[in-house]
Ligand binder design. Structure first.
Ligand code: AMP
Ligand code: MG
Length: 481
C-alpha cells in the first residue's frame, strides 16, 4: 500500500547539527476542526484518509505516518533587534516533505505538537485561538495572492493549555515551501561553521533558487534572489494593509513566504504608524516600518553569507552591499506598480506616486477604512459611498485616468487587486470566541470559506465585508504562545 502522505524528505538528510529528531507528543482526545481539501489534493494526500480517525491521529501527533522523519529544526535570530543565539522549533515538529504534481516541494509541520529540545521552558503547545487565527489569516493571504505558508488542518487536543488562564489546546498542520529562516543562517554563521553554512546555502539554492547555481557567484546570486523576493513580499503586505507584527529574523523565510501569524493584523482605518502587537512596545514593526525592517533583516542575512560570497572578506562586503542597495529600488518599483494598479492605472508614472500619497493622507485624516476605500473606488456606482472630502481627489484621479487607453480607470483591474473581504480582527475574534466559549466552529468555517474569494462582489450588507463598529474595534493582538 502506498503511504497516505507521500513523503520525500530532504532536510532530515542534512547533518545532525541541523536538527534534533523528535516525535510529536500524543494528546488525550483529538478532534477534527477542519481539513483543507484543496491543499491536501495538491499535495497528493488522500482526503478520505486525512479526515478519518487514522488521519486525525496523525494531525494530532498521536501517530507517526509511514515515511515521516519527525525533527525539530534549530535556528537563531534577532528578536526585536536583540541577538538570540539559540532558538529552534520549540513547539513544532517537521514531519517531512512532499513533492506535488508540479514538482514543488513542501514541508508538513505540526505546530503545537509538544516540547522539543528547543522549548526553553515553554510547554510546546498552542492554544486553540492562535491556531484558528493562523489558519484563517494564512489561507486568506493565499487567496489574496500573497506568498505564504499554508494551513492543511486544525485539530483540538482535548487538553488545556495554561497561559494567563486555562485555554483549550490545538494543533495546526502548517505547509511551507520550507521553514528555512534568516535565523537558520545566523545560527551557523556565528558559530563560524562554514561547512554547515555552505550545505544550507546549497540546499536553499537547490530548493528555491535553482537558477543561482549556474551563475558565476551562486551565493551572491542567492542573496540577490532573496532580496528581490522579500522586496516583492513586503510590497504586497503594504498593498493589502497587512502588519506582520513580529518581523524577527527567525520569522523571515528564505523562500519569501510570509510565516508566523502571531500578533499579525490587517489595518481597518488607515494609519501608517499602526501597531497591533501587544509585545511591540517600541513600535519597531509598525506598518510603515516593514520595508525598512525587512531591509535590516536582509542585511543580517548578507552578513551571514559573507564567508561564502568571497574568500576576500572586503570584496565580499562590497558585493553584499551592492546587492542590499537594490532592496529599496526593488521595493519601490514593485510598490509603485502595485499602487497604480489599485487605482486602475496600468502604467505607473512619477506623478501617480503623488496621487497615491494624497489619497493615503486623506484616508489617514478622515479615518477611512483602507480596504473599503479602495474597493469603493473600484466601482463608479460606489463613489457616492465615499466621503465628500474625497471628491476633489477623485476628480484629480479621474483626470489622470483620462490619459489611459480607455479614458478611465481600469475598474476591472481594480476589483482584481482591491479585496472586499479581508480577515479583519473583529471577525477573527468573534470566530475564536464562538469556538472557545460555545464550541461552535460554524463561524470559523464561514469566515474561512468567504476569505477564499476575497475579490468577488458581495452585498455590502454582508457583515464579513464591513469594518468594525466603534465598539468592535480590536486595538491589540497577542501572539498567544
Ligand atoms: P515565535 O514568537 O513563534 O516566533 O517563537 C519564538 C521562539 O519561541 C521559537 O523558537 C518558538 O519555537 C519558541 N516558542 C514559542 N512558543 C512556545 C511554546 N509554547 N513552547 C515552547 N517554545 C515556544
Ligand atoms: Mg517564529
Amino acid at each position: 500500500m502506498t503511504n497516505p502522505i507521500p513523503f520525500d524528505n530532504s532536510y532530515a538528510q542534512l547533518p545532525d547539527r541541523f536538527f534534533t529528531r523528535q516525535n510529536p507528543t500524543p494528546v488525550i482526545k483529538p478532534g477534527l476542526i477542519r481539513v483543507n481539501q484543496a491543499l491536501a489534493e495538491q499535495l497528493g494526500i488522500d482526503v478520505d484518509w486525512l479526515t478519518s480517525t487514522a488521519g486525525l491521529e496523525v494531525l494530532a501527533g498521536n501517530a507517526i505516518p509511514a515515511g515521516a522523519e519527525p525533527i525539530a529544526t534549530v535556528y537563531a535570530g534577532h528578536q526585536f533587534g536583540s541577538w538570540n543565539p539559540q532558538l529552534g522549533d520549540g513547539r513544532a515538529v517537521l514531519l517531512g516533505e512532499v513533492v506535488d504534481g508540479q514538482g514543488a516541494r513542501f514541508d508538513i509541520q505540526l505546530k503545537g505538537s509538544g516540547p522539543t529540545a528547543y522549548s526553553r521552558g515553554g510547554d510546546g503547545r498552542a492554544p486553540l485561538g492562535p491556531v484558528l487565527r493562523e489558519y484563517i489569516v494564512s489561507e486568506a493571504m493565499f487567496a489574496l495572492g500573497v506568498p505564504t505558508t499554508r494551513s492543511l488542518a486544525a485539530v483540538t487536543t482535548g487538553e488545556p493549555v495554561f497561559r494567563e488562564t486555562a485555554l483549550p489546546g490545538g494543533v495546526l498542520t502548517r505547509v511551507a515551501s520550507s521553514h528555512i529562516r534568516i535565523g537558520t543562517f545566523e545560527f551557523f554563521a556565528v558559530k563560524k561553521d562554514i561547512e554547515a553554512l555552505r550545505i544550507l546555502a546549497d540546499h536553499v539554492i537547490d530548493r528555491h533558487y535553482p537558477a543561482a547555481a549556474t551563475t558565476e557567484n551562486p551565493y551572491l546570486s542567492l542573496l540577490e534572489s532573496v532580496i528581490s523576493r522579500i522586496a516583492t513580499l513586503v510590497s504586497q503586505w503594504q498593498q493589502v494593509g497587512f502588519i506582520h507584527g513580529v518581523l524577527n529574523t527567525d520569522n523571515m523565510l528564505l523562500s519569501g513566504e510570509t510565516v508566523d501569524y502571531g500578533p499579525c493584523a490587517f489595518m481597518d482605518s488607515f494609519d501608517p504608524t499602526k501597531v497591533y502587537s501587544a509585545i511591540d512596545r517600541g513600535s519597531r514593526y509598525a506598518y510603515q516600518k516593514q520595508p525598512e525592517i525587512a531591509h535590516w533583516n536582509l542585511m543580517v542575512l548578507a552578513q551571514s553569507l559573507l564567508p561564502l560570497i568571497d574568500a576576500d572578506q572586503a570584496q565580499a562586503v562590497t558585493l553584499a552591499k551592492a546587492a542590499l542597495d537594490q532592496f529599496p529600488l526593488a521595493f519601490h518599483a514593485h510598490h509603485r506598480q502595485g499602487m497604480a494598479a489599485k487605482l486602475g492605472l496600468t502604467t505607473a508614472t512619477q506623478t501617480d506616486e503623488q496621487l497615491v500619497r494624497e489619497l493615503l493622507e486623506l484616508m489617514q485624516n478622515e479615518n477611512l477604512d483602507y480596504t473599503l476605500t479602495f474597493r469603493h473606488l473600484s466601482d463608479p456606482t460606489n463613489h457616492k459611498l465615499l466621503p465628500v472630502r474625497l471628491m476633489p481627489w477623485i476628480e484629480d484621479w479621474l483626470a489622470r485616468a483620462a490619459t489611459e487607453t480607455d479614458g478611465k480607470p481600469d475598474y476591472k483591474l481594480m476589483r482584481s487587486v482591491n479585496p472586499l473581504c479581508i480577515p479583519r480582527n473583529h471577525l477573527i475574534e468573534a470566530v475564536i470566541k464562538a469556538a472557545i466559549e460555545d464550541n461552535d466552529f460554524e463561524p470559523f468555517d464561514a469566515l474561512t470559506q468567504a476569505l477564499q474569494t476575497p475579490y468577488v462582489e458581495r452585498p455590502l450588507e454582508n457583515p464579513l465585508t464591513q469594518p468594525p463598529r466603534p465598539d468592535q474595534i480590536v486595538q491589540n493582538t497577542f501572539c498567544g504562545t
